[in-house]
Design a protein around this ligand. Structure first.
Ligand code: COA
Length: 333
């Protein structure tokens, strides 16, 4: 955990997001797998999701979100020192998706690398970028959560294919001062004993896709939903409480919680345990489903652009994902 008190303060200068145009509704899914809109919506809160076009890569989604964030921050590509892309659906295993984004933006002097922390990835990126700026060596960082999960979805598996979607969100972090808002506290954590309950089992070096196993679609998201559900609620509650306490905040002093957008029942359970009323918790998963590393970033941008976050407000971001990983940040805007 870091309480950002002694070093250079770090603030969010701008946010952005990008969603592919193509919508895939629950109704559409009824003709793909044996499911119903009613089943999906009542279990998850999801009504629709976006699907990237053929040839539209994770780096393309990331680049568009980045441009929106940079425009809002008033920062040009030349001024970027650092680009971190959080993703589990990279364009290629190597090089990093951040390298494609650096080239797309023309951010020639920016260091660029990826983080793989699943749905917690954007907040892992925030933690790393914050520390690099806070130490004084970097000034302007672009952090992006971007996913083309449709490329890693088994469209024959109704247990998973109804849950995920494509999209990207971004934020520009920069040095703050006494007159600006700042990241107050952060917490990230990992439990590597649970790698088997939420993963993409194939396509890596442990289980390459071969002619013999290709029909099993092992390079697709797999999940034990009920186990994940319980662990998600507990981990997000603990991470949120930790950053709220470290920042010296109370539940009453928080204007908005922006949680990972995986399941409305998980979000409601967290709000309940934190004693934060539902109207102070931002939800957009009905439109986009679970976009993994992009979800918190997209939600933050939408909340910001809808005027739900204003200068001086205290907000909490919190996520959870495969790994298992979890992360939270308390921010004064
Ligand atoms: N449509 C219709 N029926 C479906 C279905 C679908 N899309 N997906 C699963 N089912 C069926 C199952 O086959 C099962 O049928 P059976 O009892 O005949 O075997 C039944 O619904 C119940 O399945 P189960 O997995 O027990 O449902 P659930 O109530 O636990 O809900 C999730 C499933 C995935 C919605 C829920 O576990 C969940 O949200 N988990 C957390 C997932 C998550 O957020 N992960 C990301 C974290 S980052």
């Amino acid at each position: 955990m870091s309480a950002n008190t002694s070093k250079i303060p770090v603030r969010i200068a701008g946010t952005g997001s990008y969603l592919p145009a193509k919508e895939l509704t629950n109704k559409d899914l009824e003709s793909i797998v044996d499911t119903t809109d009613e089943w999906i919506f009542s279990r998850t809160g999801i009504r629709s999701r976006r699907i990237a076009a053929e040839g539209e890569n994770t780096s393309d989604l990331a680049t568009e979100a980045a441009k929106n964030a940079m425009e809002q921050a008033g920062i040009t590509a030349d001024e970027l020192d650092l680009i971190i892309v959080a993703t589990i659906s990279p364009d290629t295993i190597t090089p990093a998706t951040a390298c494609y984004v650096q080239h797309n933006l023309g951010a020639k002097s920016a260091l660029a690398f990826d983080i793989s922390a699943a749905c917690s990835g954007f907040l892992y990126a925030m933690e790393v970028a914050q520390r690099m700026i806070s130490d004084g060596n970097f000034k302007n960082a672009l952090i992006i959560g971007a996913e083309k999960l449709s490329a890693f979805t088994n469209w024959d598996d109704r247990n998973t294919c109804v849950l995920f979607g494509d999209g990207a969100g971004a934020a520009v972090l920069t040095r703050g001062d006494e007159t600006t808002g700042r990241i107050l506290s952060t917490k990230i954590g990992t439990d590597g004993s649970q790698t088997g309950i939420l993963n993409i089992p194939g396509g890596g070096s442990a289980c390459p896709t071969t002619v013999d196993n290709a029909d099993q679609k092992l390079a697709s998201l797999a999940m034990q939903g009920r186990e994940v559900f319980k662990l998600a609620v507990n981990a997000m509650k603990r991470a949120s409480e930790a950053v709220i306490e470290e920042a010296g905040l109370t539940a009453e002093s928080i204007k908005l919680v922006v949680p990972h957008q995986a399941n409305l029942r998980i979000i409601d359970a967290i709000a309940d345990r934190l004693t934060i009323p539902n109207e102070k918790v931002f939800v957009n998963l009905h439109k986009y489903g679970n976009t993994s590393a992009a979800a918190v970033a997209i939600a933050l941008d939408e909340a910001h652009r809808e005027g739900k976050i204003e200068r001086g407000d205290n907000i909490v971001l919190v996520g959870f994902g495969a790994g298992l990983t979890w992360a939270a940040a308390a921010i004064q805007w």
